[in-house]
Design a protein around this ligand. Structure first.
Ligand SMILES: [Zn+2]
Length: 896
């Protein structure tokens, strides 16, 4: 305490010589004298503010404890409000205490800390620590710090002097500033000269080995940006390590958190970003009230530029679009020109992501040369000035000499992004040439966009840029070669909504979904309660898997805590294989709603799960992660297509044999295959003829044959058995099996097959589910089945075959929409149908492993293997072949 008294005495004798010119200036002059009692987390300060004649502006004192105030050398009463209306010269004595509080959780917004701290470890003052002005002023800071501290603030020159009470620092920054930052701690300081700039590293003793790398990289970035934007504006630049987890850039220095500086990639990413802020943000200041443009611009010319130089520009931009899609929604969306600072992933996706994209599109619009020319004009005309989007607009209009109002208007003042859909693509062959035509439809507000298009042909690719500016626009052009595919915006040059095929399922889809749920099983309720309650604080709604409905799954993104649980097997039809590492996180497209995701968390202990769940917030761009000893050992983003791809030719389906293969050859090839699917168009007699031929020939090879038939429901198995064993005659059988009620097609189509089975005593297995149940699901979805009905359906179903979903979507739009059936329910009914049949086959072959089975079903349940075959394979792993009559959709072979 003795020392502290001496400090205050020393402070009182500071002189105010700095103010001699005040009255001639048009802005306030602000002298701030501070001193510290670090043991008690205390700052004492004297602020002397001189306003030029005629200027009056409020001074905010926030939570500072005021000791005394003098206006024009006369004491005035302490104000009751947070603001003082001042003119002339104002002297405020104050003190304030900033304790080391529990570290803020930065998961929401890593890199942003809003606390001031005064402690024995160090001092970090970034927010409201002195009486603040809301207009720029010229500051002069003098600080007395304990002897073992090194202090830093915005300054072109810093002088330090050892006095009895510690070290007295004076910071000279001869330009206007919006605010002042003050840092002091136990630093080792290194310095190198670069041209005429002093480059410093202020690192803690344990990290001094990093200083050299940081200085070297700083020199590299200074050189690079001087080349682009002209001389570095200040005489010194410092990289300063902070004991708080910050990533700030202030004029003349950057403040990087201790954990941040130790990350190996910072020197090649964030450091350059912070250095570029020396031009944008710390030289050309930001007029926050009229929008923060500097984060978008800096992200574009630092983070994006570094990736582009590595050849990853497209990847970078696609990630920005994906983040925007996953984190920004109608509740949290704001126009770019109202962004001020990031507070979470959504504001980051807007201010940094959409902001960077804005400048990318602007560069493409005006050309690279004019783009950089405009930025140099901006710097020249706006240095040390609060600068708005409007000023950027003026610089670009003046540099380009073109009308850019429409461009700034559509990208800055609107929420959202363009949604483009291509419809009715067509190719016509006229004479020698091909004419490609399509309609581009913009859902939502209409944007004017240059649409980059590439057409792949059987020879050379053709590229074009079309101008899209209408709600629905027809395009037509001629290409000399046969067009195969059209790809729109494959390099991601346009800020637009991605199509489903372009979106890989990634963790950010889960984290950014306003409807995110964590699903647990009964046994995990207690075991995983810490994980669940943590996730609740992160906006997840917990739900027990026994209570979740399909409509909940379809309307949300899920984190499943159990890869062997009921929800997982209902959606993916299998149990996830146990990870070979402690924890694994896998994200899939939600089978019930392709715009949402399902993340499966599996791990070997609750403690491990808890640790990794906290970490997943940093891995938003990945689909699959594995952790061992709490460290990430594997990360991968699922593949997705680049650009909107539109097929311009009908692909050849399946395998087209070189010559017609004889039945003999086919039988020879498949006689040992356990499951043989022979598809049919129900009414085609020739299909049934082929089915019988295949059964006949296979039976000659292997008497252990069985026939599975879609035409009979499982509950009618007894009726089939009775007929085949001779207990009933044909007439009785047709009645007891409800054939005419359940199946309806002409019995003669199947009669020969059943007759042959009876003659040779081949078991026939009824595969199908009750038609009423399928219809009920098609009308109202699986949720609507009664508990009793649910017992009759398979527990595990694979709903994740996206190609099958797309094919069903095509059939659906033709038939069922008109009847008021929703596609989601129709899809579920089809899967239920297929799964039931697959389970019936699996049940029989499980009980009769020596048997081979011929499955007779509609071609739609067999084509591409999607309906029944892959599902049976999932259940029993037995090889299969599919045979389809050419008219029924080609012939296919799978998993052989
Ligand atoms: Zn930044």
């Amino acid at each position: 305490m003795k020392i502290i008294k001496i400090i205050f005495t020393a402070l009182m004798v500071f002189t105010f010589s700095f103010f001699c010119e005040a009255s001639e200036k048009s802005h306030p002059l602000y002298s701030l004298e501070i001193t510290f009692d670090v043991e008690n987390n205390l700052l004492k300060g004297i602020a002397r503010i001189t306003f030029p004649e005629g200027l009056t502006t409020p001074v905010s004192v926030g939570n500072l404890s005021l000791i005394s105030i003098e206006m024009n050398e006369k004491p005035i009463p302490l104000p009751s409000k947070e603001k003082i209306q001042a003119q002339g010269t104002l002297v405020i004595s104050y003190e304030v205490r900033f304790k080391q509080s529990k570290m803020e959780n930065t998961l929401h917004n890593p890199g942003v800390v809003t606390k001031n701290i005064i402690s024995k470890q160090g001092i970090c003052l970034t927010k409201t620590w002195y009486p603040a002005l809301d207009i720029p002023a010229q500051y002069h800071l003098r600080a007395l710090v304990p002897e073992n501290f090194t202090a830093l603030s915005e300054a072109d020159t810093i002088t330090e002097q050892k006095v009895r009470a510690g070290i007295e620092y004076t910071f000279d920054f001869p330009y206007l500033r919006d605010s002042v930052t003050f840092i002091a701690s136990k630093y080792d300081v290194s310095k190198e000269m670069f041209n005429n700039i002093e480059v410093f590293a202020y690192f803690f003793p344990e990290d001094t080995s990093l200083a050299k790398t940081y200085i070297d990289h700083s020199k590299k970035y200074l050189a690079m940006y001087q080349e682009m934007f002209g001389p570095y504006p200040y005489k010194r630049f410092s990289v300063v390590e902070n004991f708080l987890p910050t990533g700030y850039s202030l004029p003349t220095f950057t403040l990087l958190g201790k954990t941040v500086v130790r990350l190996p990639f910072i020197t090649t990413t964030s450091l350059g970003h912070e250095i570029l802020h020396q031009w944008f943000g710390n030289y050309v200041y930001t007029d926050y009230e009229n929008g923060n443009w500097n984060e978008g611009l800096t992200s574009y010319l630092a983070d994006h530029l570094y990736d582009e130089k590595k050849g990853d520009g497209r990847k970078h931009r696609k990630k920005l679009l994906l983040d925007y899609q996953n984190y920004v929604n109608t509740h949290n969306e704001i126009p770019l020109d109202t962004f001020q600072q990031r507070t979470d992933s959504a504001t980051r996706s807007i201010g940094y992501g959409k902001g960077a994209f804005f400048f990318h599109m602007l560069k493409n619009q005006v050309g690279e040369e004019i783009f950089y020319k405009a930025l140099r004009i901006l710097i020249e005309e706006n240095k040390f000035t609060r600068t708005s989007w409007d000023d950027i607009f003026k610089s670009f209009e003046s540099a380009s000499n073109t009308d850019l109002e429409w461009f700034f208007d559509q990208w800055l003042s609107r929420k959202g992004l363009p949604q483009i859909e291509v419809t009715a693509p067509q190719v016509l062959m006229l004479g020698e040439n091909y004419t490609v035509s399509f309609r581009a439809v913009q859902h939502g507000p209409v944007y004017k966009l240059p649409l980059p298009v590439r057409i792949t042909t059987d020879k050379k690719d053709i590229t074009k840029t079309l101008t899209l500016e209408k709600k629905c626009q027809y395009f037509e052009f001629t290409v000399p070669k046969k067009p195969l595919q059209m790809i729109i915006d494959e390099n991601y040059d346009i800020f637009r909504k991605l199509s489903d095929d372009e979106c890989p399922p990634v963790i950010s889809g889960l984290l950014g979904d306003p409807q995110r749920r964590v699903v647990f099983s009964e046994s995990q309720k207690e075991k995983a309660k810490d994980v669940i309650s943590f996730l609740e604080t992160r906006g997840f709604t917990p739900v027990n898997e026994k209570d979740i409905k399909d409509s909940d799954i379809a309307s949300s993104s899920l984190l499943l805590l159990d890869s062997k649980g009921a929800v997982y097997s209902r959606l993916f039809g299998r149990a996830e294989t146990s990870p070979d590492t402690e924890v694994s996180l896998k994200t899939y497209t939600n089978p019930l709603n392709n715009s949402k995701v399902i993340t499966v968390l599996s791990g070997n202990s609750e403690q491990n799960l808890k640790d990794i769940v906290k970490k997943m917030f940093h891995y938003g761009k990945y689909s699959h992660l594995r952790f061992q000893d709490k460290k990430n050992v594997f990360k991968e983003t699922a593949a997705s297509s680049n650009g909107m791809k539109i097929s311009l030719h009908t692909p050849v389906v399946g395998i087209r044999p070189e010559k017609t293969i004889s039945l003999e050859t086919i039988i020879e090839n498949i006689k040992k295959t356990p499951v043989i699917y022979v598809g049919e168009k129900h009414t085609f007699y020739e299909d049934h003829k082929v089915q019988l031929d295949v059964i006949r020939r296979l039976h000659e090879e292997n008497p252990n044959l069985a026939i599975g038939m879609e035409m009979f429901t499982q509950s009618k198995q007894q009726a089939l058995d009775d007929y085949l064993s001779g207990k009933t005659n044909e007439e009785e059988f047709l009645k007891s099996s409800d054939y005419f009620k359940d199946w309806k097609f002409n019995y003669h189509l199947y009669r020969e097959i059943l007759y042959f089975a009876k003659e040779k005593q081949i078991p026939v297995i009824a595969l199908n589910l009750k038609r009423e149940l399928i219809k009920k699901v098609a009308r109202n979805g699986l949720d609507n089945l009664t508990a009793d009905e649910k017992k009759k359906i398979p527990e595990d179903m694979d709903m994740s075959d996206n190609e099958y979903r797309k094919r069903l979507q095509k059939t659906f739009s033709h038939h069922d929409k008109a009847r008021g059936i929703k596609f989601e329910n129709f899809y579920q009914s089809q899967i239920l149908w297929d799964e039931t049949m697959a389970h019936s086959i699996d049940r029989f072959l499980g009980q009769n492993p020596e048997h081979q089975m011929v499955v007779i079903a509609g071609a739609g349940h067999i084509a591409y293997g999607s309906g029944i075959p892959k599902r049976t394979y999932r259940l029993n792993g037995k090889e299969y072949v599919t045979l389809l009559n050419a008219k029924a959709g080609g012939s296919q072979k799978g998993f052989c």
